[in-house]
Design a protein around this ligand. Structure first.
Ligand code: FAQ
Length: 312
């Protein structure tokens, strides 16, 4: 602890100066960033699996090309985020190790199965929609490398969100009754898990106070969840869909959509490892790491050979 340096650091944060990798920072700030950025990176990589499930079954060449590009973008986002975390003095290998041994998490949302094609529409519309709501403020995060990675990621996420909503429009407004029913069934399954992406309610959030003071987070979990509901409900109504929440209603005075109670027991169960797909996702991740050993070794050997040739 160093109160003088901490006060100077906080003054820089308060003045909206960006903190850069070689600047002094409190240990708690570094730890919070490593935790959040790593969790975010792991989410991007694990998040490739639910949609990857549908690449070979996309209904047209156009849909297949767009989905393939989206899933590749997610891999790219994971790569920028691991690079941002590495500026804080941890290696990507250590982070992956911590994911595999259960010390670090990834977003709860990627523990749900993708059962129909409509889920590809829902993931783009709602999961990317929630991700954007959360990430736009992160573009102003006090830590420079994370904020800059977020700017680029958000541009790509907005393309992802539109491709998802366009799938929903096709199913719901131009589609057959069966297609519309498929879209409704997907919304019923995903709505509540998507609201959980924003994290525990403010009264239960452990990290929000500090993260707000350090200007890592700019809004609380509940504030972002409310913004998301307000933006999304009219979009669902435009599609002619209903939300699986009997308590959802517009408060004319505040202009906000009020919604029912989230099942926090389900949220806790899923982040503790007992969601519908946790075991499958972790196995896929572990297999990918093991099956990729020879590729990493070959790339390293090639780089060393080239370097030796250059130095000769
Ligand atoms: N799932 O004290 P807080 C994407 C944990 S978008 C799992 O409120 P904080 C794009 C939390 O880590 C998804 N765990 O924590 C995409 C903490 O546990 P810990 C990724 C959760 O950090 C789209 C504990 O609960 N986006 O990938 C969740 O202040 C489509 C207490 O919570 C990001 O990661 C959850 N939902 O606020 C990809 C955004 N919520 O770490 C493919 C960056 C909370 O002490 C397809 N992250 N926890 O063990 C954030 O903004 C924050 O970390 C929050 C949580 C808002 C998620």
């Amino acid at each position: 602890e160093d109160p003088v340096r901490e006060a100077r650091f906080q003054a820089r944060v308060d003045a909206e100066e960006k903190i850069e990798p070689n600047d002094w920072m409190p240990e708690g700030y570094r730890k919070t960033l490593v935790r959040q950025i790593a969790q975010h990176a792991h989410s991007e990589i694990v998040g490739m699996h639910p949609e990857g499930n549908w690449i070979t079954r996309a209904p047209s060449l156009k849909r297949k090309a767009a989905l393939l590009a989206k899933v590749q973008d997610e891999g790219g986002h994971g790569a920028y985020l691991y690079a941002a975390a590495e500026t804080l003095g941890v290696s990507r290998e250590e982070l992956v190790e911590q994911l595999l041994n259960g010390k670090q998490k990834y977003s709860s949302i990627f523990n749900y199965p993708t059962l129909s094609w409509a889920d590809m529409g829902i993931i783009g519309w709602l999961v990317d929609g929630a991700a954007i709501m959360n990430q736009i403020p992160l573009c102003r995060c006090s830590y420079g490398p994370y904020a800059r990675a977020m700017i680029r990621i958000c541009k790509e996420e907005s393309f992802h969100q539109r491709q998802g909503y366009e799938i929903m429009v096709t199913l719901c407004r131009d589609g057959t009754p069966e297609q519309k029913a498929m879209a409704q069934e997907a919304l019923n399954r995903w709505w509540w898990p998507v609201l959980m992406m924003f994290g525990p309610s403010d009264k239960d959030s452990q990290h929000t106070d500090k993260s707000m003071r350090w200007k890592i987070k700019r809004f609380t979990n509940d504030e972002l969840r409310q913004k998301f509901v307000d933006a999304t409900v009219p979009q669902g109504h435009y599609l002619g869909l209903t939300f699986p929440d009997a308590d959802l209603k517009l408060n004319e005075e505040t202009g906000h959509w009020e919604f029912g109670e989230i099942d926090w027991a389900e949220f806790k169960r899923v982040i503790a490892g007992d969601g519908p797909c946790n075991r499958q996702r972790m196995k896929q991740r572990k297999d990918a790491t093991e099956n990729g050993v020879w590729v990493r070794e070959a790339a390293l050997a090639y780089a060393e050979k080239r370097k030796a040739r250059r130095d000769a």
